[in-house]
Write a protein that binds this ligand. Structure first.
Ligand SMILES: Cc1ncc(COP(=O)(O)O)c(C=O)c1O
Length: 398
């Protein structure tokens, strides 16, 4: 093995070319256990670590502050996101909360309008209690987005593709706007994954994941991640993580690290299936509109083709003709797609954003930002795409 890719347990974060994404996803931070030679590193469950002498700290002292399994995963995700360091949390929301700790009373946050309902809730019903002002603005309209900036804006938060409308945002342009106004740009990269987009390479300061989704990929771990490219920012966020304590558990660390090894294969195959399902839906007269960046009719198609690496994601939304009852009947009538929130796993899921993932939006904001009651969101898994199209076909008759 080339010494540029140090795969020993606890090995270097650095993995220089020629190793490609897929290779690094398997090896960085995932080297054999030096104590036993076990090919898969052990799951470290200890909560505390023996020290040589009082005040002489070893590499690990207490698992809230650091744990070998978590450190390896943080190294792996930072590497895949082209960052200098990562931080692993108990959930995506814990990761977002940690990033939001960067703002304080009197500061202002600008966020895109197409964002996860939980992020909206954190911004509007938690952060506002600390005296932080929040403005939602359409990140797809850069002029309008820039108009939302104030002298006190310290953080800009976007998703691309956005949840649930699949809007595509120019990450590089948003980074420029944020920096010009003295703010940092954070990108929730849950939908795109680092397989398709690496925001830090495009100027973002923070990248965030609900690792519950594609990184884990099997609907069996609740987890969140941050990665950054500035070591000073990493230290600041690490301070908050340790002070607040919402760290990822050891079992979840193992499950997400295992998920990473097949991330690229899963995502690319899921994207292929999603493209086929999008075409099936777009050709169906029972469907009013399909939101998928891979369709030439999608407003963000050209930007997605340039910003996402050879695929358009495996999430899509659509609306059916008819009223709310009809929408709910369709969402409840699938047999393979399971009616559940979450996404990004091997099994396909279907949900109704207005009453599920985005129920915490104020109804006026939902309406204003285009999240209609008729919208259905689907996450394409790894089932046969023909089976998935057939399942939607029979559900549309509901
Ligand atoms: C885009 C996005 N960001 C963040 C989150 C929150 O992550 P978690 O549920 O792991 O806390 C979700 C959850 O659905 C999400 O879809």
């Amino acid at each position: 093995m080339d010494s540029d890719l140090d795969t020993r347990n606890g090995g270097a974060a650095r993995a220089a070319p020629p190793y490609q994404f897929r290779t690094r996803a398997i090896h960085v931070g995932q080297g054999p256990d030096p104590a036993t030679g076990a090919v898969v590193p052990p799951i470290h469950v200890a909560s505390t670590y023996v020290q040589r002498a009082a005040g002489e700290w070893g590499a690990f002292d207490y698992s809230r502050s650091g744990n070998p399994s978590r450190a390896n995963l943080e190294r792996a995700v930072a590497d895949l996101e082209s960052g200098c360091g990562g931080l692993a949390f108990a959930s995506g929301m814990a990761a977002i909360h940690c990033a939001m700790m960067l703002v304080k009373s009197g500061d202002h946050v600008v966020a895109g309008t197409d964002i996860y309902g939980g992020t909206y809730r954190l911004l509007h019903r938690v952060l506002d209690r600390s005296g932080v002002d929040v403005t939602l603005a359409p990140s797809t309209d850069l002029a309008a987005f820039e108009r939302a900036m104030r002298p006190t804006t310290r953080l800009v938060w976007i998703e691309s593709p956005g949840n649930p409308l699949m809007t595509v945002t120019d990450v590089g342009a948003c980074a420029e706007i944020a920096h010009r106004h003295g703010a940092r740009l954070a990108v929730d990269n849950t939908f795109a994954t680092p397989v398709l987009t690496r925001p830090l390479e495009r100027g973002a300061d923070i990248v965030m994941h609900s690792a519950t989704k594609y990184l884990g990929g099997h609907s069996d771990a609740l987890a969140g991640m941050l990665a950054v490219r500035d070591p000073e920012l990493w230290k600041e966020l690490y301070f908050f993580q340790n002070a607040i304590g919402g760290v990822m558990g050891s079992l979840e660390t193992y499950l997400v690290a295992r998920g990473l090894k097949t991330l690229e294969l899963r995502v690319r195959e899921q994207c292929r299936s999603a493209a086929r399902v999008a075409e099936c839906l777009a050709a169906d007269r029972r469907v009013r509109r399909v939101l998928y960046p891979g369709l030439a009719t999608h407003a963000g198609h050209a930007l997605a083709a340039q910003q996402m690496d050879r695929a358009f994601g495996a999430m899509l939304s659509f609306e059916v003709h008819g009223d709310l009852e009809k929408t709910k009947r369709v969402a409840g009538a699938t047999r393979l797609f399971q009616l559940a929130v979450s996404l990004g796993a091997v099994e396909s899921l279907i949900e109704h954003p207005a009453s599920m993932s985005h129920a915490s939006y104020h109804p006026d904001d939902r309406r204003a930002h285009g999240i209609s009651d008729g919208l259905i969101r689907i996450s394409i898994g790894l089932e046969d795409p023909g089976d998935l199209c057939a399942d939607l076909d029979q559900a549309l008759d509901a």
